[in-house]
Design a protein around this ligand. Structure first.
Ligand SMILES: O=C(O)CCC(=O)C(=O)O
Ligand SMILES: [Fe+2]
Length: 223
């Protein structure tokens, strides 16, 4: 399941983030790629003073986690720090699969990947995030401040940016629910009970679906 989150960041957040990014520098991104992805990673990665890196990562993480759809989409257990990257001058990131295990000191399983778009889509050409799912190809070029969450199991790429500059923030996370199918079932049940609550109020159907949702979560969560 691919989910788009609207309005993760507002205009003021974006201004603050771009100002912070200007206080660091973007370097060759191949360094942060696994051995196979290195050959196709043609973007640049942001580095700054450790305090600034941590502050910016925390700011964007707080915004993302506060989004009403985030927790019910991800069931996040562990969230990696944000990486910020820039693609320009025909840079992008060719077809690849994100690593299954990530982290240096504390290793976690990457179940979900998330890109937060930071640049106005009109300001650059190319740069679509493309997923190959069986015979289907899905292409996304989102507004600044929107985020997309996708299973890390998906083959994906970022098309070369032929004009302008594309900046994004990226995180990976481990979910309490490893299986994408199970996450989708939980997400559907949660949406259904919220729908009942807003249209009919708290009735017997709401209670039954809430019970199923909570008890499936209890059965499936890997703590
Ligand atoms: O820039 C993006 O939207 C995704 C980048 C990506 O796939 C990665 O860093 O693994
Ligand atoms: Fe990726």
């Amino acid at each position: 399941m691919i989910t788009i989150l609207d309005n993760v960041l507002d205009k003021d957040d974006l201004k603050l983030i771009h100002d912070s990014l200007d206080r660091g520098q973007f370097y060759d991104g191949a360094e942060t790629a696994g051995w196979a992805a290195k050959s196709v990673k043609k973007n640049k990665q942001w580095y700054a003073e450790p305090d600034l890196e941590a502050e910016l990562s925390n700011t964007v993480t707080r915004k993302l986690v506060a989004h009403p759809q985030f927790s019910t989409t991800t069931y996040a257990k562990r969230i990696a720090p944000f990486l910020f990257s820039e693609s320009s001058c025909s840079g992008g990131y060719g077809d690849h699969i994100d690593d299954a295990l990530m982290g240096a000191e504390s290793i976690f399983r990457a179940d979900l990947s998330c890109t937060v778009f930071l640049s106005d889509p009109e300001s650059y050409s190319g740069g679509e995030l493309v997923f190959s799912i069986g015979a289907e190809t899905l292409r996304y070029k989102l507004k600044a401040g929107q985020a997309i969450i996708y299973p890390s199991t998906t083959l994906h790429r970022v098309e070369p940016v032929t004009e302008g500059v594309r900046k994004v923030g990226i995180i990976w996370l481990e979910s309490f629910i490893r299986s994408a199918e199970k996450r989708e079932i939980l997400n559907d049940l949660d949406l259904a009970r919220r729908n009942i609550m807003s249209t009919q109020g708290k009735n017997a159907a709401f209670d039954q679906i809430s019970k199923s949702h909570a008890n499936l979560l209890r059965l499936w969560a890997e703590t």
